[in-house]
Design a protein around this ligand. Sequence first.
Ligand SMILES: [Ca+2]
Length: 538
Amino acid sequence: MQIGLGRWGCRALLLGGAILLLGNAAADSPPSTVVTQRAAAQCVAMANAAFGKDVAITSATHLGASAAGAAPGPGDFGPSPALPAYCKVEGIINQRIGAEGKEYGIRFAIALPDDWNGRFLLQGGGGLNGFVIPPTGPVASDGRPALARGFAVISSDSGHQGAVFDASFMADQRAALDFAESSVRTVALMGKRITAEYYGTEIGHSYMTGCSTGGREGMLALQRYPELFDGIIIGAPAMRAGDSNLAIENTQVLLNQVAPKDAQGKPDIGALLTPAVRDTILEGLLAQCDGLDGLKDGMIENVAQCRFDPKTLVCKPGQSKSCIGAPLAAALEKAFAGPFDKAGYPIYAPNPFDTGIVDMRSGYLPTGAPGPLGPASVATSIDLDARIHQIRNDAVGRLTDTNYWTNLNTYLDRGGKVLFFHGVSDFWFSPLATWDWYERAAATNGTAFTDASRFYMVPGMFHCQGGNAFDQFDMLSSLVDWVERDKAPQAVIAHRSAPSAEKSRPLCPYPSYAAYEGGDRDKASSFSCRKPSAAVGG
Ligand SMILES: [Ca+2]
């Protein structure tokens, strides 16, 4: 199984509920008691609604409006946002006994707000899915999820129950296919049908948002189910997890090769990448790249032009502090360039040098600490050709990977729009891999694609959220404005998580970056989106 290896796995458990932070309450006024009673009665009646022999409705519950900051619910991550009154309908599609006598079926939950805005949203999952995340639509919503705005929102377990990285469901053909691709269509169509029936009218517009596995599901929708949605937000997609896991392993091996040996003769990564060495790397990186955006503030906004060269940090004769060894510099350079096969073809994209790489908890540089699936690798060699051959022939990977298909003309001809975002300090999937696909899609579809899409790098951000970053942003409003009012987004204003939430900065369509123009450095208005002055690689 290709998804979820190494110490990165545990952190990725958080991705499904990404960006669940305190937000503003919906502006909608509370419905009157009569309206609420009518909605509650209509909701309860949904328990007896019929949607064909393959669908069982298991519950229908009317929930009153809730304030922000209430305790998180089961499967929820972080403080709950304010939510309006809504009807929560739960059910199972295609419930059956499958492989090895286990029960399977796609469990779903759909939230139908009393004060509906006419829109529908499919919420992407996380990890290997396996449980139903509360249907609120939190991704790229700046703490005001889709449900709080009046969207009908559906989420699902994609066809199996289990812990997030429990891959045993792969033994079941239908469950494996549902996870790999087809649950996106099945659940979206189910959600649209329930929504239309509940409100007794057609849906105005349909959307999808997701990050990580949810981002991969967004890629599936864009590439393979082009009629389902009018707008999609794709965050840090798990689009080629076999390749990216191999790149991470390759980095570990390259650093093991130059690490001092411990008492047992094993590579000691902790002794190689000490806190002092990490500081040296960060300082050297900032010295080369921080000022490229016009403001030395510890953040690298000009991602496209940051050409950090670790060799500049190599100790000079007689120097022993604030420098690194030549073997480490060479290993860093090779690791961040990404793995190549013997013929010289890239196996994966480069990984950008960004401020978050040195972080001990969530950075790309390994720590040597055990991960959730076992101890860190102590290997000092790896046969990349054999490994990539195996990965490219993995049957599940052939269906889950969304790295290859770039013909999008059905989606684009329907007027569909798509926004991408990716943390530059993502420890799992390189943002340059997502950008690589974007460039190939641009080559295939031309301006039809580039005029209908935007790609936002988020400097400093880890996987889907977190880090020294402006990681809170409302791209959902930007997407709706684009789809429904033909208002194409440029900069998206982002701010930090508390406690410095008042600080703001624009996220710019890549390869443009937030250039400091002068004035208050904590205000987005002091920055403008500027194109890099030199050719962009990557
Ligand atoms: Ca800077």
